[in-house]
Structure formats: C-alpha cells, structure tokens
Design a binder for this molecule. Sequence first.
Ligand code: R5P
Length: 282
Amino acid sequence: MKVISTERSQILAARIAKALDTTVVDVQFSRFPDGELYLAAGELDDETVIVGSITDNDALVQLLLLIDACDTSTNRLVIPYMGYARQDKRFMAGEPISARAIAHLFQRGVARCITVNIHDPKVLRYFDVPTSNISLAPEIGACIKSMDLENPLILAPDDGALAFARDVASAGGWDCDHLEKTRLNGREVKMAPKKLCAASRSVVIVDDIISTGGTIATAAGMLYRQGADDVYASCVHGVLIGGAYAHLKANGIRDIICSDTIERGCSRITAALEVAAALRSG
Ligand code: R5P
C-alpha cells in the first residue's frame, strides 16, 4: 500500500503514510500553457490511499486527475476537507445540491471514502461507496489541554455546533455552552452564551470551519464586552479566506488553532492518526 496526494494535502499525506508505516508516491504537478492542470504519478502499488482536500477548484480537478491516474490499483479516498459540503440542500429553486454533485464525482474509481468532520454527516448518503466520517474533537480537546488554561469555557458559535463543542469539552471535563443570538432591534444583535456567564473566564470558541472569521470575530467582541478574560478560536478546517487570520487577531483572538485538513501555519493538530486508524479498520 502507498499514499498519494494532491499538492494541497502533501504534508497530511506524508503523516498518514508514516502512521501506516508506508511511503508516499512522488507526483509531478504542472500546467499546460493554457492553464489546464497536469500531473504524473510515480510508481504505484496494488493498493493506494488517495488524499486530497477540496480547498478550491484546482484542488478538486487535481483530485479527479489523481484518481484517474491510479486506475490500475484498488483505491481508498480520503477527503480531509470536503469543500462544497455546506451547500447540502436546495435552499432556493434553481440551486444545485453541490455536496451531492461532489459526492457523485468522487466515488468513481474508489472502493471507500473517508471524510473528516464533514459539515453535515447526512451528506455521506450521497456517496454510493462505503464511507466514514472521523472527528478530531479529541485532538482539539488535547490541544486545548496543552494550553493550560484555567477552567476554560468551551463555546459553540450556534446550537448546530454544540454536539461537536461538547465532544471537545469532554476531553477536559470543561463547561460547554453555545452562543445565542438575540435581536435587540432592527440593527443590533446581541450574542451571549445561552446558559453560562463568560465574565472573568478564558473562552475557547470551537467550530468545524473558520472561513472569513466573521462569526468568531463578532462573537469575541461581544464576549469581551461581557467581561471574558481571553478568547481563543479553534476549528478543524482553517479555510481562513480574505485575511481571516489577521481579522481574528485584530479582534482580540489570543490564539487560533486548526488542523492539517487544510495545511496552514496554524495547523497544530493532525488528522493523520485518526485517518490511519480508520484505514486500518477497513
Ligand atoms: C457554518 O455553517 C460553519 O459551521 C461555520 O460556522 C462557518 O463556515 C463560519 O464562517 P465564517 O468564518 O465566515 O464566519
């Protein structure tokens, strides 16, 4: 068995290979003069683990090409970050169900698919091949533990993210709550923990994705006004578009932690061990 990856997921792929005690395949990536993507995979094995986060459209095409390049082997596909998964239903007439379109694209040529904290696990029903979705909540919990915060409050940005925040909080037996939005008037909205008080506490906001950072930056401002000592942000997928990291820092977030499902300077948690465990089990 060997591990092969798109350009965007090479560090995680190497970590997965190490955890599985195997090697990565050398791949050449380039472009044709018209901008089309090209790749050439090195020597393959009979079994291949293909790793590729769908972080943007080039990554999506590269992953498609990589699966095709591996058509002589039995493949298992790891999609650490599945982009397009948030458009998981038709919110308005005329829209695609993008998550379904992606699932249909990526099951040809693979025997099994593994995702990591997919935005909504219900999306997995769109795959016809066996799937599993792993959670990095224990790893985020362990990372928070290593920060030695005194009695931190773990906060989900909304009630939809509460189950994930509870799993993170259980790593340290910490308090957990979710933010609730109250409309004060036509222009103003207040965000505060639903049940607990943030005053004089270190608060860690946990979410599956930080995209623009807007949700967490707004929440942090409110939490500081409510007397929080420090606010930290943690997520699995650091999409971090449009200067999100700086936006969060400028809004008083003390530290930002994310995993290597998207490879960033703040990727302090690896999905490799959980992915390797899932691959070992089938
Ligand atoms: C939304 O459903 C996700 O779970 C995140 O809460 C969202 O993507 C965060 O977006 P942003 O960082 O742009 O506020």
